[in-house]
Ligand binder design. Structure first.
Ligand SMILES: [Zn+2]
Ligand SMILES: [Zn+2]
Length: 237
């Protein structure tokens, strides 16, 4: 390392140390590490370690759940950091609707820490261009960007396009959700033989992630992992 790059590194480390604390988004106490403080972090609803490896729903001793046994999803595994309960639901909604992009880093970090198998590429859940124009950014892409940088894995944002402007999944009865997504995605990238991780903020029924995984598999992906910040649990639906 040259002297000038050493000096630069030192300056950067120094700046890191003297960064002013920001108020915790949840309680207002000082926080340096992330958008919320350590005390609030300790109280967050982290996902129980015993959960279905395929869909992340809590199960006894981490066995595959009955639903995944009966209807195996198109993704091989789900990694989730949190249960979609208070206050994680508020944090995710703040990321989505208040454009608090600093939250993307804080929400992606605990997810990155749970990832043991590095994929070949990361694909964010695509938004339809009309939704993107309306919202101004894609929260899944923001999360994926942090994950890609943290893990040193390429981000492949243009591999899958959302070609149908579907109704918002959250406004539909569960049975309608799968139908709503038919032919919503088109894969135009090179994924043959690759392990692709798909990123979304929340998994509720898993219908969108399942449809996206199906499209990637049809295009030749060998393995698909679903990475989500939070998993909706049956009692919080
Ligand atoms: Zn706090
Ligand atoms: Zn399952």
């Amino acid at each position: 390392m040259s002297i000038s790059s050493k000096v630069l590194l030192n300056i950067r480390l120094h700046i890191g140390r003297i960064l002013p604390a920001q108020p915790c988004i949840l309680c207002g106490a000082a926080s340096r590490e992330r958008a919320w403080c350590d005390a609030c972090d300790a109280a967050l609803p982290y996902l129980p370690s015993a959960h279905c490896p395929q869909c992340a729903l809590p199960t006894h001793d981490g066995a595959v759940c009955g639903h995944c046994l009966r209807h195996p999803p198109s993704f091989d595994r789900t990694i989730a950091a949190f249960a979609y309960n208070f206050p994680v639901d508020k944090l995710v909604q703040a990321l989505k609707f208040n454009e608090r992009l600093t939250l993307a880093h804080s929400l992606a970090q605990p997810l990155a820490q749970r990832i043991e198998v590095r994929p070949d590429g990361i694909v964010p859940m695509p938004l339809h261009p009309a939704r993107l124009r309306e919202r101004g950014f894609n929260q899944s892409q923001e999360l994926a960007r942090h994950l890609a940088r943290h893990l040193g894995v390429p981000l492949l944002p243009g591999v899958v396009q959302r070609v149908r402007d579907t109704l918002p999944q959250s406004g539909l009865p569960w049975k309608e959700r799968r139908k709503n997504l038919r032919q919503a995605f088109v894969c135009g990238g090179e994924v043959v033989g690759k392990h692709i991780a798909i990123v979304d903020d929340v998994m509720t029924t898993g219908a969108s992630l399942n449809e996206l995984a199906k499209v990637l598999r049809a295009a030749g992906a060998l393995e698909v992992s679903a990475w989500v910040v939070a998993r909706t649990l049956p009692h919080s639906r």
